[in-house]
Ligand binder design. Sequence first.
Ligand SMILES: NC(=O)c1ccc[n+]([C@@H]2O[C@H](COP(=O)([O-])OP(=O)(O)OC[C@H]3O[C@@H](n4cnc5c(N)ncnc54)[C@H](OP(=O)(O)O)[C@@H]3O)[C@@H](O)[C@H]2O)c1
Length: 318
Amino acid sequence: MDTTTGSGGGAESGRTSLVTGGTGGIGRAVAMRLARRGDRVIIVGRDRERGEAVVAALHAIHPARHLFLPADLSLLADTDRVATLIAASTRRLDAAVFCAGVLSTIPEWTEEGLERALALNYLSRFLLARRLIPLLRAAPSGRLVLVANAGRYKDSLDFDDLQHRRGRRGLAVSGRTQFANDLLAVELAERLIGTRVEVTCVFPGVTRTEVFRNAVGLPRLVRLAVPLLQHLIRQTPEEAAETPAYLAGDERATGTNGMFFGPRRKVIAVPERASNPERRRLLWEASEALAAPYLANLAGTGGVAAARPSAGSPPAAA
Ligand SMILES: NC(=O)c1ccc[n+]([C@@H]2O[C@H](COP(=O)([O-])OP(=O)(O)OC[C@H]3O[C@@H](n4cnc5c(N)ncnc54)[C@H](OP(=O)(O)O)[C@@H]3O)[C@@H](O)[C@H]2O)c1
């Protein structure tokens, strides 16, 4: 079965970028901006119709072999499958911008036994990053951009109950996945020192997308208020895409490894809790254990440094 939709044609800049969640919202707008820069863009999402429409729109901006790869990124098996397809479709990735996500206030569990918001908003990003780092390292200046809530959530991760089986409903269901992105950005950035890959984490700003309509578990009153909320939110997806697209493709964004950003390219101080070595270690080890079946074939350490460097000595990434 052919699960991909491509769009072939004209001259290419040589750059290839990946955008997850490229079928809608901020991801779609990031994809458009990157195509305007001359990138070939690969988008991932579930909705085939919207995916195909985005590829057509990308092609209209800049003819290139843009590609839509349908996948459910709340499943690690599907994340792994799409990582394999991406690797088969390009020899290098200049940027990977992770936008796919959901706002959820109730825990749900996938057929893989993982809490859905954690799997989609964080774990699939961990797995995709690990699988794609070799491709990012093959680019002259590889950029990995985590679009989340950079620095805005407290540390509510419970490593004794990562799948939230005993956890409460509420904002923490999503909040902990956003904090996990903070820890991942800092950890990956450190493990990639000495390579040409740079990792950043972004809070795009509150944006008029489908995120509230797509939200899971919002109380009835809030759900009823969503149309009004949407009306009140001023920032458009195009505006929200500015920072992630800049970090993904602009030469001036070199030297940003490990940094957090907000709307309009504003630098956000990395909170101490996101740099906490022990919390980073716990999350990294738990993530490696959960994604273990899909990491087995990575060569060596998969292009990231294996261990934390001792103070003052940057690691050499393998
Ligand atoms: N909007 C805001 O105010 C705001 C604020 C802070 C942070 N963010 C973050 O920004 C990112 C983008 O948000 P948005 O506002 O653009 O949201 P959105 O309009 O709801 O778009 C979400 C995107 O994720 C994809 N997606 C959802 N579930 C998926 C799944 N299981 N597998 C694969 N793709 C999936 C959707 O595509 P399909 O439906 O085709 O699967 C869609 O392309 C999110 O990570 C969000 O947390 C947004």
